[in-house]
Design a protein around this ligand. Structure first.
Ligand SMILES: [Zn+2]
Length: 449
């Protein structure tokens, strides 16, 4: 039986789906697309991927949604700084997202809605809230009346009075209560806007997710995921506005993943922006990144470091050496059950990974059940979303290392002002379909498709 830690109840609960059709409906708060994806986005994606894979192993089907917040304060700031239209910025970053997504071997979502394509649904939801007295217009904005929702604070475990106390400083005279949050922002000069019954403007961030999730998954659905940084206020606000509009329970299970800490990691020029998703994937195989992430329980924070990724890379080599090329049917059922048991206990991937490596140790002892163990290992490996690479991974690693060495040499040549030689390295790589791009933080490279 699958057990999930539910942020809402703060308890480990047996998983029972909302609907009897055996389909588990899941919404994942996606990227705000003012920038390219980074390691934090990869962690959230791998977490959802594991949740979906374990649901499927338990005999369920899934229907899942990943949204893009493509209108937001951060995007508008980016637009004003760069002079580039926000639609061009967001499309460019959505393209980058899918580029990363495809290489990660994560299961596809069924829908990828964008906020700007759901303005009608958002306006409808705000109107419902206004009609019922849960929202009010003040000057050009519309706000949600937090006092009107008695369960406010239940998800984050925050107490309304304490919250008000903390909010005193940022008093906004347009609000009835400092905790009220914006549903619709009146248009400001040089900002994108849409027409609505409450005037020209754009949606607030929180209402976007309520409108999109309920459109595709219904007014009550099974699982909502996101990073722990989204619990308050984003998810708290999603619950308030959704439950007030529908008078139904919004989400049954809330799953939140821990953060990726970058504090310990010194940025060095030769590594470039190493926590950028694309740069990370240039350096490590998707399987190594997956192993690095799954070694930590999804609810715990991860200390990001190149050394720890390198450790995962060596560990991964030990693993892959023992995966047979051709799977056979016969597996060690008891071992596989232990593995599933670990995963059914709130997706305990560190324990599951432990079982994988114990199996490797047993294989190395060359007992007579070696082939059965190898087949079991292979089944566990693919159950966790690792993908058997067609190419020779060792060769692949070596090419990557050699490219990095060449780029380091090129960097030094440039410092010595030997530009001809530096350019010839770049050209030779280019002739071999390795495209080098010089960015502010150093050179990055990719293999042309
Ligand atoms: Zn969201």
């Amino acid at each position: 039986m699958l057990k999930i830690y539910n942020t809402l109840t703060k308890k480990l609960e047996n998983f029972e789906p909302v609907s009897k059709d055996n389909i588990v409906r899941l919404y994942s708060c996606g990227m705000t697309v003012q920038d390219s994806p980074h390691i934090g986005h990869i962690r959230a994606l791998i977490t959802v991927d594991i949740v979906k894979r374990i649901l499927i192993l338990n005999g369920f089907k899934t229907y899942s949604v990943y949204n893009f917040t493509d209108i937001d304060d951060k995007l508008i700031i980016k637009m004003k700084e760069s002079g580039v239209d926000y639609r061009i910025i967001s499309q460019k970053n959505i393209d980058k997202f899918f580029d990363v997504f495809k290489s990660l071997n994560v299961l596809d979502f069924d829908v990828y809605p964008r906020a700007t394509l759901h303005i009608e649904e958002i306006i409808d939801l705000i109107e419902r809230l206004m009609d019922k007295g849960y929202a009010y217009k003040s000057k050009d904005d519309v706000y949600f009346r937090v006092n009107s929702f008695k369960n406010y604070g239940a998800l984050s475990g925050k107490n309304i009075d304490e919250l008000v106390e903390g909010k005193r400083i940022e008093l906004n005279e347009n609000k009835e209560n400092p905790l009220d949050f914006v549903l619709w922002k009146g248009v400001k000069e040089d900002e994108p806007f849409w027409y609505s019954p409450f005037g020209k403007g754009r949606p607030g961030w929180h209402i976007e997710c309520s409108a999109m999730s309920m459109k595709y998954l219904g007014e009550t659905f099974d699982i909502h995921t996101g990073g722990q940084d989204l619990i308050f206020p984003h998810h708290e606000n999603e619950i308030a506005q959704s439950e007030c509009a529908t008078e139904k329970k919004f989400v049954k299970y809330w799953i939140h993943n821990g953060m990726v800490n970058l504090k310990g990691e010194k940025m060095s020029k030769s590594l470039g922006n190493v926590y950028g998703a694309k740069e990370l994937l240039n350096r490590y195989s998707p399987n190594v990144i997956r192993l690095f992430l799954l070694k930590t329980h999804y609810r715990k924070d991860i200390e990001f470091s190149v050394e720890r990724l390198d450790e995962s890379q060596s560990a991964y080599k030990r693993l892959i050496e023992n995966i047979p090329k051709n799977d056979e049917e016969k597996i060690d059922e008891k071992l596989f059950f232990d593995f599933i048991d670990a995963l059914n206990d709130d997706f305990n991937t560190p324990q599951a990974i432990g079982i994988l490596f114990e199996t490797v140790n047993r294989i190395n002892l060359k007992q007579n059940d070696e082939n059965i163990l190898k087949n079991t290992l292979s089944k566990m490996f693919s159950s966790l979303g690792f993908k058997m690479e067609e190419k020779n991974e060792r060769k692949d690693d070596l090419s990557k290392t050699l490219i990095e060495i060449l780029l380091d040499v090129r960097d030094r040549l440039k410092k010595e002002k030997l530009y001809d030689m530096a350019d010839s390295i770049r050209e030779r790589l280019n002739e071999n379909k390795i495209i080098v791009n010089d960015l502010k933080d150093g050179a990055v490279w990719k293999i042309e498709d």
